[in-house]
Design a protein around this ligand. Structure first.
Ligand code: PEP
Ligand code: MN
Length: 271
């Protein structure tokens, strides 16, 4: 793919990014947690539940990119402090979104992985800032973006000196409106052909439908994904953001049980 220097497949075989006890590109990493941090109780209860079910990392937004300026925007610094308490309680590393280039350096102090959301994929000043910090970056695919545009955004981060970029396919906009977006599962093997960077699937924002989250999570394993990012809320009815698509801890636990034999089977399949 033209213009790619550092992200291109022929540079290295597979980038491995260690976070806590797991490594993207080596293990199948499951990141789970609420859309947004709403309170200490909500965050810690959800963190404990996803940990008990076998999640490797915890997610939660303290800065939320909402369509309406009147919707809940996140708790900011207070939310990051709550995430750190949840990490103390559970040991789970934290994935959290940063929206503003001015916030990158201090948000990085609270985060184990910085998330760039779909709406900011081509926010080039933000990409340059996260390229300067020593934290892995989870770069979501822009909902209107091609693979080439997406990989060029990864290149922005790599070219600033940060080698640790994890790609996240979260669905793209198509004419189909039964689902919130269209999950491009073919992006997984395509990305494996094009780059050495790990790729995870977000079955939550791509489908926007509770009934489709488990089947798409399971499909991600044989497709070759390096992990999943899934929204879970201890009481979805009360969620301030994305209430309709959050799994309950029970449903998440059932999904983790279904995933286990599939992951083990894929690990036994020789190259
Ligand atoms: C999120 O993961 O919290 C989020 C806002 O997702 P996206 O950027 O994919 O819409
Ligand atoms: Mn969400």
């Amino acid at each position: 793919m033209k213009n790619l220097k550092l992200a291109s497949r022929d540079e290295v075989r597979q980038t491995v990014i260690a976070v806590g006890e797991v490594a993207f590109g080596r293990d199948f990493v499951v990141i789970a947690g609420p859309c947004s941090v709403e309170s200490e109780r909500q965050t810690i209860e959800t963190a404990q539940a996803v940990k008990a079910a076998g999640a490797d990392m915890m997610r939660g937004g303290a800065f939320k990119p909402r369509t309406s300026p009147y919707s809940f925007q996140g708790l900011g610094l207070q939310g990051l402090k709550i995430l750190n308490k949840a990490k103390e309680e559970t040991g789970l590393p934290i994935v959290t979104e940063v929206l503003d280039p001015r916030d990158v350096s201090w948000v990085a102090e609270f985060a184990d992985v910085l998330q760039i959301g779909t709406r900011n994929m081509q926010n080039f000043s933000l990409l340059k800032e996260v390229g300067k910090v020593k934290r892995p970056v989870l770069l979501k695919r822009g909902m209107f973006s091609t693979l080439e545009e997406w990989l060029n955004c990864a290149e922005y981060i790599l070219s600033e000196g940060n080698p640790d970029v994890i790609l996240c396919e979260r669905g793209i906009r198509t004419f189909e409106n039964y689902t919130r977006n269209t999950l491009d599962l073919s992006a997984v093997p395509a990305i494996k052909e094009l780059t050495h960077l790990p790729i995870v699937i977000d079955p939550t924002h791509s489908t926007g439908r509770l009934s489709l989250i488990a089947p798409m999570s399971l499909a991600a394993v044989p497709a070759g994904a390096d992990g999943l990012l899934i929204e879970v809320h201890h009481n979805p009815g009360e969620a301030l953001c994305d209430a309709d698509q959050a799994l309950t801890p029970d449903r998440f636990e059932a999904l983790m049980r279904q995933l286990r034999p599939l992951r083990a089977f894929m690990e036994r399949v020789p190259d």
